[in-house]
Design a protein around this ligand. Structure first.
Ligand SMILES: Nc1ncnc2c1ncn2[C@@H]1O[C@H](COP(=O)(O)OP(=O)(O)OP(=O)(O)O)[C@@H](O)[C@H]1O
Length: 333
């Protein structure tokens, strides 16, 4: 892998520690809306993406992520509200902003009969700001960056989906970027391909690039992102550091017991809701908002329920979503 692509002062984060809270947001929207016919695809969105973050833009299919990304990139005009990217108003400043932004939206456009390397040469040649004399080195560095040096001579049509996606990323990284915008970058990839993309995203962030990625996969966001925004039906449900988001949701209570029937009864009597019996001897539920866990254990033991294990399991982003919207997270499609 190559060294850091020209890091900027606000992007100079220590050891991938995440965002620089003092720097101006890399993306900022105010009251951003877009209507298609009678439907509000994006509804008064206030988004703030800190410099140096890996920002997950999360929401079920149809929640307005792609429409938002298109407005961020100046591909469609906002119906109402404002968009600032790297401090400039979009779409007015697209010519200034877009050369500093690498984007991978709806999969890379590749020529199957050309090698991976020649595809990158084509991309680089299409960039009027790219110096042809240094093209070879740029292409080699981008291939190296995404781990495709060994496969660079192969035709792109022989690439796996993950390799194609990495080649698309290489194209987005031919010149140093302050911001990378990736729309569902792991969509359709197998677990190995997903891991490769995640590793790459982490490395880019370590080198100072702010990464904004959309996903409908909650665990993906939890694994790779420092910050996240959650969308539902065009609206922002919540945003902030991933750790804080998960901390706002109550964890789920889990009791391991050979007496699940009695445990369910006692937990119900003590205000536990949403109780489920899993795999015969594991009972889970939502603890009462002000409930004392010590009291719950005492109640179980006092009622003669044999308890092997008792604890509060960390809330996931899925719990956050459920608690904020009252809906499940539909990840189909
Ligand atoms: N060009 C369009 N014309 C009409 N309706 C549209 C258009 N683009 C998006 N929509 C509608 O706007 C809503 C938001 O769509 P959008 O594609 O932004 O969601 P998404 O969260 O990116 O979902 P997906 O992951 O399925 O693309 C959807 O109901 C969609 O049908």
């Amino acid at each position: 892998m190559t060294g850091s692509p020209g890091s900027t002062p606000e992007a100079d984060v220590s050891a991938g520690a995440g965002a620089s809270p003092d720097a101006a947001p890399v993306i900022e929207t105010r009251g951003l809306s877009k209507r298609y016919g009678g439907q509000l695809a994006v509804d008064r969105l206030d988004l703030s993406v800190p410099a140096g973050s890996v920002f997950g833009f999360l929401g079920p299919n149809g929640s307005g992520k792609t429409t938002t990304i298109r407005m961020l990139m100046g591909l469609i005009d906002p119906g109402a509200g404002t968009v600032r990217v790297l401090g400039h108003r979009m779409p007015d400043a697209a010519r200034t902003v877009l050369p500093q932004v690498g984007a991978l939206i709806e999969g890379p456009a590749l020529y199957g009969h050309l090698s991976g390397r020649d595809n990158l040469v084509r991309y680089d040649s299409a960039d009027p700001t790219a110096d042809p004399r240094t093209r070879k080195a740029r292409v080699a560095a981008a291939l190296d960056r995404v781990g495709l040096t060994a496969a660079a001579g192969k035709r792109a049509k022989a690439y796996s989906l993950g390799m194609k996606q990495r080649l698309g990323l290489a194209a987005a990284l031919l010149t140093p970027r302050r911001l990378l915008v990736l729309d569902e970058p792991t969509n359709g990839l197998d677990p190995q391909g997903m891991r490769e993309i995640r590793t790459l995203v982490r490395e880019l962030a370590r080198d100072g690039t702010t990464v904004f990625l959309s996903s409908h996969l909650l665990d993906e966001i939890e694994q790779v992102c420092t910050h996240a925004a959650v969308m539902a039906k065009g609206r922002l449900v919540t945003q902030g550091p991933v750790e804080d988001l998960a901390a706002t949701a109550r964890g789920r209570l889990a009791v391991s017991t050979p007496d699940p029937g009695d445990a369910v009864r006692v937990l119900k009597e003590n205000g536990v809701t949403g109780i489920a019996v899993e795999s015969g001897d594991r009972v889970t539920g939502d603890p009462p908002p002000d409930g004392d866990l010590a009291e719950l254990t005492a109640a179980l033991v006092g009622a003669g329920v044999r308890v092997r294990g008792f604890g509060l399991e960390r809330a996931s982003l899925e719990d956050v979503f459920m608690q904020l919207t009252g809906e499940g997270f539909d990840v189909t499609g």
